[in-house]
Design a protein around this ligand. Structure first.
Ligand code: NAP
Length: 344
């Protein structure tokens, strides 16, 4: 794997440092000796990151960008950095207005970051974009037995469908990720900037994150998806509709590898550990945390894995040398963190 960017003392800009995924992305770069500048919407978010990443204060700096979509909003933030990791994007499934709350910030936010880099910092050679498996899957095909999703697939949802008020927020969120990723690749093709882009396409991201605990009512979408299984609110095992997961720590590692690898220029990488069902997650929690058995739904313990699509992670394993944590490790470590939060 030829390396272009690595180096202690280099600086990367991470957009949206207050997020669940971003907290681990910050860690992965900081541990390697990078300086990290991160954008936040307000001073309060910067203070929280200073607490959650207190041991790296001398490597951390902040830029306030009040909204992703502000024209020129990232102009100052991108100055003086060697590369950019764009993670900020709304990941919410219930919104008032699909276009205003999901599609526009995802697409315009991504384009604003790219424009600011091109205009202000020709030294940047790589922008890594946290896209999603949502940009790959055709959700209208359901579980699609026998099909293998690869990086060649694109979510085919049209803008009109995604923006329609009757379209569920989850469908629109998925489309927001494919529109944003496509817009980024199109931007590079049309404007020929000094940088190349690499997109990462994780499915559901679980596992413990060092984001400052926001309170159980303010967990990010994928953390809340697991916490509902252990807080007594799920009377039965939920139906699984998205058959892929990755541990947030592995996703963060993938960001560094995508950033450093010369060969990752212009590539997209499915960043997936493997398939899962909520039944498997409940089985792990009930087996490993006997104290939670009363509240975690039992369902059909040991149920056979269903005949559903496969998410092929071969490309990132081969090209970036990624290895992934198991579902059991991911879930156990995450639930342990929830239990710590409950005690606190
Ligand atoms: P998160 O915890 O909700 O973080 C989202 C981040 O984006 C926050 O920093 C948030 O800032 C920022 N943001 C959202 N809308 C913004 C706007 N209009 N202007 C400025 N900043 C804005 O979500 P996450 O799970 O870490 O997701 C991070 C990235 O990973 C997203 O691109 C998401 O699509 C992608 N992803 C996540 C998963 C998953 O399962 N978690 C799976 C696949 C892909 P505030 O803190 O100020 O709100």
């Amino acid at each position: 794997m030829a390396s272009i960017n690595s180096g202690v003392g280099k600086t990367v800009l991470v957009t949206g440092g207050s997020g669940y995924v971003a907290a681990e992305v910050l860690n992965s770069f900081l541990i390697r000796g990078y300086n990290v500048k991160t954008t936040v919407r307000n001073e309060a978010s910067a203070e929280k990151i200073k607490k959650s990443h207190a041991k790296y204060l001398d490597q951390l700096s902040f830029a306030i960008v009040k909204d992703l979509q502000l024209p020129g909003g990232h102009d100052e933030a991108v100055k003086g950095v060697d590369g950019v990791i764009h993670t900020a994007s709304p990941f919410v499934l219930q919104v008032e207005d699909n276009a205003r709350d999901l599609l526009e910030p995802a697409v315009n936010g991504t384009l604003e970051v790219l424009k600011s880099v091109q205009k202000n910092n020709p030294a940047v050679k790589r922008v890594v974009i946290t896209s999603s498996f949502a940009a790959i899957i055709d959700i209208f095909q359901g579980p699609r037995p026998g099909y293998t999703y690869t990086e060649k697939d694109w979510n085919p949802t049209t803008y009109d469908v995604a923006a329609n008020p009757s379209t569920p927020g989850g469908v629109s969120y998925c489309a927001s990720k494919s529109f944003a990723e496509k817009a980024a690749f199109d931007y590079v093709a049309e404007h020929n900037p000094n940088f190349t882009i690499t997109a990462l396409n994780p499915p559901m991201v679980y596992g413990p994150s060092s984001v400052l605990f926001p309170g159980f009512d303010k967990l990010n979408t994928s953390s809340a998806d697991i916490y509902r299984l252990i807080n007594g609110t799920s009377s039965s095992v939920p139906e699984t509709s998205f058959f892929g997961f990755v541990d947030v720590r592995d996703l963060a590692e993938a960001h560094v590898r995508a950033y450093e690898s010369e060969d990752a220029a212009g590539q997209r990488y499915i960043t997936c550990s493997g398939g899962y069902t909520y039944q498997q997650i409940c089985d792990v929690i009930r087996a490993e945390f006997p104290g939670k058995r009363d509240v975690v739904p039992e369902g059909n313990v040991g149920e056979k894995y269903p005949d559903v699509y496969v998410v092929d992670n071969g490309k990132i394993r081969r090209e970036l040398g990624m290895e992934f944590r198991s579902l059991k490790t991911c879930v156990v470590d995450m639930v342990e963190q929830f239990i710590e939060y409950e005690k606190a």
